[in-house]
Design a protein around this ligand. Structure first.
Ligand code: GLN
Length: 303
């Protein structure tokens, strides 16, 4: 299949809608300044074919897409022990909600909501330098250096009251081992990584290759672990819109409030779309629309 014309066609379809609906994330001041009228997409197939269209080379804040890579590091380092303190059920609540944590004694529903990612990050902090580990993984996966946007990290740290509450609340249940401030510093930096659609399409390549590194072929995770990540993306990767994503798009996806969404077609390709304006669930409106156009046009689906 020739993907380049398909991605170009999608850009043409969404272009008239740019900036018309939704809002950029405004609870993180550095993200509130990002111009909404941008759209990019890129993909990389398992045999190395690449396609990209629109603002595919523009770096944006990956935000919660980083939860995918933090989980990858955690599963690689800890194996099944990672699941002692983290569930695998959709939350049915906003990504920064506190309510379930109390009823469930400080055990987050899944690793893709904020509480879950903070719990994963705590385990990574216990292993060593969690910030450096994530940059090293991402730079290796997309085959070029990846950096934190320090302005975004500082902006999150200055306004991340809910995340501080989540961290401290879990700590009160004895579910966080390290100093909460150190864990949040790593978590905020993970969210503040800047990457482009093309870099993310490359970096997620191990998820469509049964855990093999997209360039070196090295086994990063086992096939079984990789399937589990894909299943979590499908059920929990887009928060309480996961049902809608499965219904309309039919692929494992992970979104972030920077407006990026990555998606995986197992054994075929990984792709990334980006447009900063979000819907009420914190998912990119045009990103979701573009993914629906892509799966409709190509017939690709996990179902
Ligand atoms: N950094 C954001 C936060 O902690 C990430 C949220 C997201 O992308 N859904 O709130």
């Amino acid at each position: 299949m020739q993907f380049q014309p398909i991605l170009e066609e999608i850009v043409e379809t969404v272009r008239p809608l740019l900036g018309a609906q939704g809002h950029v994330a405004n609870y993180i001041p550095a993200l509130a300044r990002v111009p909404a009228a941008q759209f990019g997409s890129a993909l990389r197939t398992c045999d190395g074919q690449e396609a990209q269209a629109g603002d595919s080379g523009t770096r944006f804040s990956i935000q919660s897409i980083s939860k995918l890579f933090a989980l990858t590091l955690g599963m690689g380092a800890l194996g099944d022990a990672l699941w002692d303190r983290i569930g695998r059920e959709p939350s049915g609540n906003p990504f920064n909600s506190l309510v379930q944590l109390e009823a469930e004694q400080g055990t987050p529903r899944n690793p893709f909501i904020n509480a879950g990612a903070i719990a994963v990050t705590d385990r990574l902090v216990s292993q060593g330098d969690a910030k450096a580990a994530l940059l090293e993984l991402l730079s290796s996966l997309c085959n070029e250096p990846v950096h934190f946007d320090e302005e975004v990290a500082a902006s999150e740290a200055a306004t991340g009251f809910r995340n501080m509450a989540l961290g401290n609340f879990m700590k009160s249940f004895g579910k966080i081992d390290n100093d909460v401030a150190a864990v949040l510093d790593a978590y905020f930096h993970h969210c503040a990584v800047g990457m482009s659609c093309l870099q993310l399409a490359r970096a997620t390549g191990y998820l469509c290759r049964d855990g093999r590194h997209p360039f070196s072929g090295e086994q990063l995770l086992t096939e079984r672990q990789t399937r589990r990540i894909n299943s979590l993306m499908l059920t929990c990767g887009t928060y309480d819109a996961a049902g809608e994503f499965a219904f309309r798009i039919g692929l494992p996806c992970k979104s972030g409030v920077g407006g990026g969404i990555v998606a995986v077609v197992p054994d075929r390709l990984s792709l990334c779309v980006w447009s900063p304006a979000l819907d009420a669930t914190g998912n990119s409106l045009l990103g979701m629309h573009a993914l629906e156009l892509f799966t409709t046009r190509t017939g690709l689906s996990v179902f």
